[in-house]
Each structure stands twice: as structure tokens, then as C-alpha cells.
Design a protein around this ligand. Structure first.
Ligand SMILES: *[C@@H]1O[C@H](CO)[C@@H](O)[C@H](O)[C@H]1NC(C)=O
Ligand SMILES: *[C@@H]1O[C@H](CO)[C@@H](O)[C@H](O)[C@H]1NC(C)=O
Ligand SMILES: *[C@@H]1O[C@H](CO)[C@@H](O)[C@H](O)[C@H]1NC(C)=O
Ligand SMILES: *[C@@H]1O[C@H](CO)[C@@H](O)[C@H](O)[C@H]1NC(C)=O
Ligand SMILES: *[C@@H]1O[C@H](CO)[C@@H](O)[C@H](O)[C@H]1NC(C)=O
Ligand SMILES: *[C@@H]1O[C@H](CO)[C@@H](O)[C@H](O)[C@H]1NC(C)=O
Ligand SMILES: *[C@@H]1O[C@H](CO)[C@@H](O)[C@H](O)[C@H]1NC(C)=O
Ligand SMILES: *[C@@H]1O[C@H](CO)[C@@H](O)[C@H](O)[C@H]1NC(C)=O
Ligand SMILES: *[C@@H]1O[C@H](CO)[C@@H](O)[C@H](O)[C@H]1NC(C)=O
Length: 898
């Protein structure tokens, strides 16, 4: 606190008394419900009531000339929730008045003016003269005409709070206050658009209701308005149809507030006159690291306990001025629109350079915002950024060729990303003094960077560290403590690594298409092999490692020790013509994610179609999970498999340019390898088949245990069909058994996916699949027990541990088990719209979002399946083949950018 202000605080009371005695002719008692023109209020007139001059009829709300935090500098005309003292609306938020400022009511409306009489805020021109100002028991401040018609109401211009009875229309938004005592508009917004409800910061989205597990979407209609009431949050269409809803525990009164920290909270009170909330607020986004400024200016946010920590990414050093923020370690400065427009470096564009972020580092805004451009290479993306003063950096995906420019007044937080092909580059300006010796500009040679940078960076780090220690000492000596943003936030100095090729990132963004692709794959395209080459690689198809609906899988090795491969020979009948096949291959082959099996090449010769995949040495999940011979898959491993597989599917659904619906999620298509690798296989294969074939395969391939009800009802197939299948896989992971009994034994040849087989498996029998089926039927236990139904029943009794595989002998985390069962059941909801997205499933499994409550009414069909099991699907084949067009459309569906 600056001394001048503390002085002001000391001096005020006597001054106040003086003024009061002078002006007490004006002072009035607290009015109830209505005041009439002409009326004037200053904070002094109502000092006894804390500035309040009007109270609603039953006392729930007050209107006041309000001085938040008693800081005596900024006064606002505000409506307060009386029991809690929470401001719920303010008029002159961007133009606070002084302690002597006036609020006046005249027949023309309300004005707020400063001590000199300058009008700071007023109601808009009204159609007829004002007869009264009324404060409703709902918190709505209204101007009425002589016939009691409403001329203006505060509910139409929400600030940062929404009350029951108040609507936020599509296109409107709440904007946060800058701080607890500064009501002026901050940078966070909570808005309603026709397709969603979002939180944004400087135009970048950081939360969407449609991606939140707690939100349910009922229809696809356009949202017209949003409101909160005793039962939750609701977004409805123009005709009143429910679009989104978030059910909350009943509470008589609740308010939705966008905090100055960027968090949205729905605060519930048992009664309207309760002074303290009941707790258990709805908070969005849920995790600290989902906030844009948790670690401002490129701090890397990692969850830690209840809170989070901020560290600096490689090549950046902790800022000494702002906790959690980072600055370039090489002494350059982060780009800012102001510095760019000022042309402050003489060399113009040459002084701009970029610092590459490590792979798997993501920026908050890339999660939800659509790419700025697609189909451009990194050079072009970079040029776009360089040309724009508003661009502070860019993310480029080398596989999907999407380009996202980062803008805003400043940079926000980094967090752990999911894609290792979407790389970030941060724009910096070299300071003029260093330009000669250390220019990492676009023209400088790459190899000078690793040599110059570490020494400069080390020197700077030492200097910064020294200064920081000095500064800390000085601060503590003065006995002042800088208040941190969050008590759990810590700042570490980023460890500097030398930016060599081996670490997978480099300091210069100038090496388009070069270097880091060390395999035979041409960037952006899987390799094309001749049939002869593949015959050689597989030693004339000597080692069969599995067979499945799409074809037989053989083990092989790339020439020159490039690694082991699994070659899938697609069944000749039904494959697409060569050109379509190659088109699809470029799409599938371009998809790269740590949790997706990588397509390394293909062969299309005559009618032959072969796919070459990377080899996964532990085979498919069903072997480890259902097999009775090897060691039992421990709980922790199961959770890792669940999260890995969920991430892979989430990437297929939302991470690629073109949405891929897998259509055949099951343990056989989840492959494991040493080092805890978990990858989804067979994605996109339905695309390689002709329409009828793919429809037939999907229904035929004996994976009925995983098929979502919409496959059978012939309704449209969306990514939520995969969510359903994944829910079944989750239940099997918990239970350690197939979700249904003998059915699988009757349908052999389903168990094997690409690349099945153990590492040094000279012992792997070529008749492996039949060996598998016998184990599967051997483990089916009761046979007619339908596990999903049991899971639902035990969930209703909260007996989660009873669901867990007995072979684990209790080596289970009960909270995790409960969470997993709940999310699994939510995935099984009969109505696809009620299932969470895969992205949400990932976050629930990771524990960053609490699991939603499964809806028992949407799971009743499980009991039906359980009773009538085995599930009969006569006629569904013909239905499917006939309904091929909708399948085809949904598979070809291009994803809407998220
Ligand atoms: C009132 O006007 C005077 C002169 O124009 C100015 O110096 C002073 O800052 C104003 N006071 C307020 C509260 O705006
Ligand atoms: C005040 O009125 C509102 C609206 O009619 C009502 O919901 C609330 O319960 C009342 N509060 C009290 C304390 O009676
Ligand atoms: C306006 O409302 C007040 C209070 O609700 C009532 O007393 C008054 O009669 C109303 N006037 C008219 C013209 O309806
Ligand atoms: C206040 O609300 C009205 C009606 O919803 C709208 O037209 C107007 O732009 C709003 N004004 C401000 C300052 O938000
Ligand atoms: C809350 O609003 C929704 C949507 O308008 C409505 O369906 C529901 O009945 C309301 N609940 C209560 C308790 O008023
Ligand atoms: C709230 O209002 C109810 C009835 O309206 C009353 O019984 C209760 O005492 C009030 N509570 C408080 C804290 O004012
Ligand atoms: C974490 O949360 C728990 C319960 O919510 C609380 O008891 C504990 O003190 C918190 N720890 C920290 C570091 O905030
Ligand atoms: C900066 O340079 C550009 C062109 O190089 C010019 O158009 C612009 O006016 C300059 N801005 C300032 C503030 O000098
Ligand atoms: C990038 O694309 C541009 C045109 O869009 C082209 O001129 C340039 O050669 C490409 N660069 C590389 C490395 O492919």
C-alpha cells in the first residue's frame, strides 16, 4: 500500500463526519423497494448502511453506492446480495466515481457523476419519463414508468454475475472484473453462442460446456439463452427446448459468477437469505492448468496436489518480476504487438526469430480454437506469424499441416500436450546490443546456435539468479511480502539443456522438413513398398502373428535394421480401387500420436493391398488381460492402458483434420509394448473398404459385445459409438474378463489384431488365435452373467470393489475403481448424446475432472441385454448393409474444428 493511501484512510473519518454534518439535510433512511425522482445519493449520505440506499421488499438485495474493500478510491452504483454482501451487478464498472460522487434519479433515468458533476455513466435514453426506480426481490433493478411498465432493467446488462430469473442471450457475455476491488472489465469472458457456452480470454477459448463431463447435450438446436436456477444451469433453444444442462444439487438460491481469476463458479446458498454458501460449487474449468494465466507468459503448468506448479520450458528462464512467468534464456525479448508496431529494432524483420518448444508442449488456446490456416507448411505458417504484429508465436502440425497463430496482449500458460507432431514456436525480438553476436535470425546458420546459446544462457541465468537472490533479500529485509496469485504456486528456474538434435527440439525453426525424420518415411506420406519388397521383409510371409476380420497379420523386419514390422494383408475381396485406397492411406498414414499404432508403409499392387505397421511386442490387450498364463495385469498398468487408449481415441475424434470414427474399439485392437506403450490399432480401416464391406465387417466381426445400440437400431453413427465400445473395454479392464461369456468362443478369428505376438516369441504358435479363443471361453465363468448389468447394479449399491478382478487380490485403488466404473457407465448411456466425449473421458480418468453420475435411466437397456443375452441381431446385417450410406457419411465426416 503506498503511504499516501494509508494516510488518506487515517484522515477520512474526521473528514467524513464533517461532510455529514454539512450535508445531512440530504441524508435519507434506507428506502424499501422503490425510490422516486428526484433522488440523489452519495456514499456519505448512507454511510451507516455501507452505502445502501434501497432494499428489496423482503431484504434479499440492496442497491448501494458501493466501495468494495473499503479502499476509498472507487465507488460504484451496485446491486448487492444482502446476506452475503456479494456485488451482483454494477453500473459504472469502467468509470468509478469518488467518495463524493453522486448517483441521481431523474425522470430521464439514472446518472452517476463525479464530484465536479461530470457524468460518468447513465441509463440509455428511455421512451417515457421515469416514475420510479424499483429493486425486485430477484435482484433486478428496474426503471418504471407511470403505468409500472419496465423502461430499463439491470438484468438486461449483466456484468460478471447471473442470477436466477436472469437470462444470458446468445451472443451476450459476462466479463470478469479486474480484481476484487476493481470492477472494471478484465480479459475473461463467459459467453453464450448458438452452438455452445464458452469461457474465453482475449478471444481464445479455454473452456467449452460441450466438452465438460458435467454438461449434457439434449438436442442439436441452436442455443437462444442460458440461465441458472434452483436445479442447475440450462441453455435452451428459441422454442424452449433444452439444449445443454448441468444438473446441480437443489439449492434455493444460486448465482453464477465469472471470477477475476478467470474461473466460472456457480455458488449455491441453501436460502436466499443465507450469508454463507453451502459449498460444493460448480467450478469451470476444473483444473488450475486449464486456466490461461495460471502460469503467465509461457510458464509450464503441471498439476501438483490440489494446486499446480509453474516451471519454465527449456530455453526459457524464470522471470524475476512476475511469479510463474518465463522469459527467453538467450536474452531476447518476447514479441509484443506494441514493440512490433514501434519498429524499435532497426533491422526490421531480420530481428524476429523463434524459439521452438519441446514436443508434447501445448498452449492453452490450441486446445479449443480452430486452426488459423490448414494445408500450409511450417515455412508458410511462420511467414504468416512474422508478417503479423499481433502474432506472438505459432503452432504447426507437421502431419495435419494445420497452422495456429497465437495472439493476445500477452502469452499465457503452457501445459502438457498430447500430440508430438504439433510443435510450438515462440516469436522473439533480439535486443539491438546482441544482434551482432547472437542472431538466431532466419538467415543465421543452424549449427552456430547450440554453441553460442548455452554459454549466453548460462551467463544470463547466473545474472538473473544473482539478481533474484538480491531482490529476495531486499524484499524480506523490508518486511514486505509480495502476495502470490496462488499459495500453492511455485516457481522453479527452468533447467537449461543444450538444444541439440538429440533432445528433439532445436532453437531455430528454420529446418523445414529436414533432419528429424530419421526413418524411411517421406514426411507426410507412409512409404510405398512393392509386393516383392514385402515378401522379402516378411521372409515370404513366414511368421503369422494373427488374423482378423480385415486380413492376416505377419511379422517382418524393415531392411537395414529399421525395426520390426507387422504386415497386414487385407483380404482381396472388397478393397477399394487403387486411387481411393491411396487417398485414404495418406489420411491414415498422416495420423501420428503416441497412442496410435503408426502406419509405416503400404503396398497397392494389382488387387493386393497390404499395410505395414510398427511392431508392438506385447501383443493385444486381450492377451494380457484375459490370458490365464502370464502375470496378471496390475491395477496401475490397467489404468495406464485405459488412459493411453482413451487418449488415442480422443485424438482420432478431435485431434485430426478429419474426424476418424474407429468403429471397432475392443481389447484386441489395443496393443501393448515394452515401456508401457499403449496404442490403438486398426483405426481408419473401415475407410479402406467399400461401403458394403465395411458395414458388413463391423457388424460381422463378432464384436457385438462392444457395439453401441445405435449400430443395431440403424441410427446415425458418430464418435460416441466408439465411446460406448470404450466403456465396455473399461469394464473389462476392471473385471479382467470378457463382458459376455461363451459368445466369443462361437466366433473365432476375432481376437487378433495387427502386430500381435510377444517379443521374443519364437514360441508363438501360428494357430495363436485358436489358442486364444479357448482361453477366452475358459475364463467366461458363469457364462450367462452379463457383466455390464452387474456393474450397473453394484454401482447403485456403491460396491465398486466387488467389481474388480479377484486376481488382483485387493491391490486396487478404490477411488480409482469407483471413478472408472462411473465413467464406464456414462460411456454406455443409450442415447449417444448423453455419453461424454473421449476428450472428457481422458480428463476424468486422469482425475482432472470429477466423474459424472451415471444416469440409471439411460442404462436400463443393459438389464434388457443381460436378460435376453446372447443378444440376437437377426436382420441387422441386412439393415446395416442397406444403411451403408449413413455409415459411409459418418465415416467420411470431417470434424468440425474445436
Ligand atoms: C474536477 O475538475 C478539476 C478541474 O477540472 C480537476 O482538476 C479535478 O481532478 C476534477 N475532480 C474530479 C474528481 O474529477
Ligand atoms: C424474497 O423473495 C424472493 C423472490 O420472491 C424469494 O425467492 C425469497 O425466498 C424471499 N426471501 C426471503 C428471505 O423471504
Ligand atoms: C405499480 O406497482 C405498485 C407496487 O407494486 C402498486 O402499488 C401500484 O398500484 C402500481 N401502479 C399501477 C399504475 O399499476
Ligand atoms: C444492454 O442490454 C441491451 C439489451 O440486451 C443491449 O442492447 C445493450 O447493448 C447492452 N448494453 C451494454 C453496455 O452492454
Ligand atoms: C430451471 O430451468 C429449467 C429450464 O428453463 C426448467 O426446465 C426447470 O424446471 C427449472 N427448475 C426450477 C427448479 O425452476
Ligand atoms: C431467513 O428467512 C427465514 C424466513 O424467511 C427466517 O426464518 C430465517 O431466520 C432467515 N435467516 C437469516 C439468517 O436471516
Ligand atoms: C488439499 O485439499 C485437501 C482437502 O480438500 C486439504 O485438506 C489440503 O489441505 C489441501 N492441500 C493443499 C496443499 O492445499
Ligand atoms: C513500422 O514500419 C511499417 C513498415 O515497415 C510502417 O508502415 C509503420 O508505419 C511503422 N510504424 C511506426 C510506428 O513507425
Ligand atoms: C512451403 O510452401 C510454399 C508455398 O506454400 C512453398 O513455396 C515452399 O517451397 C514450401 N516449403 C517447403 C520446405 O516445402
Amino acid at each position: 500500500m503506498p503511504p499516501s493511501r494509508s494516510l488518506a484512510c487515517l484522515l477520512l473519518p474526521p473528514l467524513l463526519l464533517l461532510l455529514e454534518s454539512v450535508r445531512d439535510a440530504d441524508a435519507g433512511p434506507l428506502a424499501v423497494e422503490i425510490v422516486r425522482p428526484s433522488f440523489t445519493a452519495t456514499s456519505y449520505d448512507y454511510v451507516d448502511t455501507g452505502g445502501a440506499f434501497l432494499v428489496s421488499r423482503n431484504g434479499s438485495f440492496r442497491a448501494a453506492v458501493f466501495n468494495p474493500g473499503k479502499q476509498q478510491a472507487s465507488f460504484y452504483l451496485a446491486v448487492l446480495h444482502a446476506p452475503s454482501g456479494t456485488p451482483v451487478w454494477s453500473a459504472n464498472r469502467d468509470a468509478p466515481t469518488s467518495s463524493t460522487g453522486k448517483v441521481q434519479l431523474s425522470v430521464g433515468g439514472i446518472t452517476v457523476s463525479d464530484a465536479n458533476g461530470t457524468v460518468l455513466w447513465s441509463t440509455p435514453p428511455l421512451r417515457s419519463p421515469v416514475a420510479a426506480l424499483r429493486l425486485q426481490d430477484t435482484g433486478d433493478l428496474q426503471l418504471l414508468d407511470a403505468g409500472n411498465a419496465t423502461l430499463w432493467r439491470s438484468f438486461d446488462n449483466a456484468t460478471d454475475t447471473l442470477l436466477p430469473g436472469q437470462q444470458l442471450l446468445a451472443g451476450a457475455y459476462l466479463s470478469s472484473a479486474k480484481g476484487a476491488t476493481d470492477f472494471s472489465q478484465g480479459d475473461y469472458r463467459f459467453g453464450v453462442i448458438t452452438a455452445d457456452v464458452l469461457l474465453t480470454w482475449q478471444g481464445s477459448t479455454y473452456w467449452r460446456l460441450s466438452n465438460d463431463a458435467r454438461g449434457f447435450k439434449d438436442t442439436n438446436a441452436a442455443v437462444a439463452s442460458m440461465s441458472v436456477n434452483a436445479s442447475g444451469l440450462f441453455a435452451v433453444a428459441a422454442d424452449g427446448a433444452m439444449v445443454f444442462r448441468v444438473g446441480l444439487a437443489p439449492a434455493e438460491f444460486r448465482m453464477l459468477k465469472l471470477g477475476s481469476d478467470g474461473r466460472l463458479r456457480i455458488i449455491s446458498y441453501a436460502l436466499v437469505n443465507s450469508s454463507a454458501p453451502v459449498g460444493g460449487d460448480f467450478i469451470a474449468p476444473a483444473g488450475d492448468c486449464d486456466l490461461p494465466l495460471q502460469c503467465p507468459s509461457l510458464g509450464y503448468c503441471s498439476p501438483a496436489g490440489n494446486g499446480s506448479t509453474c516451471t519454465c520450458p527449456p530455453l526459457f528462464a524464470a522471470s524475476v518480476t512476475v511469479a510463474g512467468s518465463c522469459t527467453p534464456g538467450d536474452g531476447s525479448t518476447l514479441a509484443s504487438p506494441a514493440a512490433c508496431q514501434n519498429n524499435d529494432s532497426s533491422s526490421g524483420g531480420a530481428s524476429v526469430s523463434y524459439i521452438a518448444l519441446k514436443p508434447l508442449t501445448s498452449y492453452f488456446a490450441t486446445k479449443f480454437d480452430a486452426p488459423t490456416n490448414t494445408g500450409v507448411n511450417k515455412t508458410a505458417c511462420r511467414a504468416l506469424c512474422t508478417a503479423s504484429c499481433a502474432c506472438l508465436g505459432f503452432f504447426h502440425d507437421s502431419v495435419s499441416l494445420s497452422c495456429r497463430l497465437i495472439g493476445g496482449k500477452q502469452l499465457g500458460s503452457l501445459y502438457k500436450g498430447a500430440s508430438d507432431t504439433n510443435l510450438g514456436y515462440i516469436k522473439t525480438f533480439n535486443s539491438a546490443t546482441k544482434a551482432g553476436s547472437n542472431q538466431i535470425g532466419s538467415s543465421s546458420a543452424n549449427h552456430t546456435v547450440p554453441i553460442v546459446l548455452p554459454s549466453v544462457a548460462a551467463f544470463l541465468l547466473l545474472a538473473v539468479l544473482g539478481w533474484y537472490i538480491w531482490w529476495r533479500n531486499k524484499m524480506s529485509k523490508n518486511g514486505r511480502k509480495k502476495k502470490g496469485k496462488s499459495s500453492t504456486m511455485k516457481v522453479y528456474l527452468g533447467r537449461q539443456k543444450s538444444p541439440s538434435r538429440d533432445t528433439g527440439y532445436n532453437a531455430d525453426a528454420d529446418d523445414d522438413g529436414g533432419g528429424d525424420d530419421d526413418d524411411i518415411v517421406i514426411p507426410g506420406m507412409p512409404a510405398r513398398f512393392s509386393y516383392q519388397e514385402i515378401t522379402t521383409m516378411t521372409s515370404n510371409f513366414a511368421t503369422k502373428v494373427g488374423s482378423g476380420g480385415f486380413g492376416t497379420v505377419y511379422k517382418g523386419e524393415l531392411p537395414g535394421g529399421e525395426g520390426l514390422i507387422a504386415v497386414k494383408k487385407l483380404e482381396a475381396a472388397g478393397v477399394q480401387a487403387k486411387r481411393e485406397f491411396c487417398t485414404e492411406i495418406t489420411i491414415i498414414g498422416n495420423i501420428r500420436h503416441v497412442n496410435l499404432v503408426r502406419l509405416r508403409g503400404f503396398c497397392a499392387e494389382g488387387s493386393r493391398r497390404l499395410l505395414v505397421y510398427e511392431y508392438m511386442n506385447r501383443g493385444s490387450l486381450d492377451r494380457s488381460l484375459f490370458g490365464r498364463t502370464g502375470p496378471v495385469l496390475e491395477w496401475g498398468e490397467r489404468m495406464e492402458v485405459a488412459i493411453g487408449a482413451a487418449r488415442g481415441l480422443a485424438y482420432l475424434h478431435t485431434g485430426c483434420e478429419q474426424k476418424i470414427v474407429h468403429c471397432d474399439v475392443k481389447p484386441e485392437n489395443i496393443l501393448l509394448a515394452n515401456g508401457g506403450q499403449v496404442k490403438i490399432s486398426d483405426f481408419g480401416l473401415a475407410k479402406l473398404m467399400s461401403r458394403e464391406q465395411s458395414a458388413l465387417f463391423t457388424t460381422m466381426r463378432g464384436t457385438r459385445g462392444y457395439l453401441a445400440p445405435e449400430w443395431i437400431s440403424n441410427a446415425a453413427i458418430s464418435d460416441r459409438a466408439d465411446v460406448y465400445s470404450f466403456g465396455m473395454v473399461l469394464l473389462e479392464l476392471i473385471h479382467g474378463r470378457k463382458n459376455r461369456g461363451e459368445q466369443e468362443a462361437a466366433a473365432p478369428a476375432n481376437n487378433v489384431a495387427v502386430a500381435a505376438g510377444s517379443g521374443e516369441h519364437s514360441d508363438l504358435p501360428s494357430g495363436w488365435s485358436s489358442a486364444m479363443t479357448s482361453t477366452a471361453s475358459g475364463t467366461s465363468g458363469g457364462g450367462d452373467e452379463y457383466f455390464p448389468m452387474l456393474a450397473l447394479e453394484l454401482h447403485e449399491q456403491r460396491r465398486y470393489l466387488d467389481l474388480v478382478d479377484a486376481r488382483l487380490e485387493g491391490r486396487v485403488d478404490e477411488a480409482e475403481a469407483a471413478r472408472t466404473v462411473r465413467v464406464a457407465l456414462c460411456c454406455l448411456h443409450e442415447d449417444p448424446a448423453l455419453r461424454p466425449s473421449m476428450a472428457t473421458v481422458v480428463r476424468i480418468l486422469e482425475g482432472s475432472v470429477p466423474p459424472p453420475e451415471p444416469r440409471v435411466e439411460a442404462l436400463g437397456f443393459l438389464r434388457l441385454y443381460g436378460r435376453s443375452y446372447p443378444l440376437p441381431v437377426p436382420g441387422s446385417l441386412t439393415a446395416m448393409a442397406g444403411g451403408g450410406s449413413h455409415l459411409d457419411e459418418s465415416l467420411k465426416d470431417t470434424s468440425a474444428p474445436r
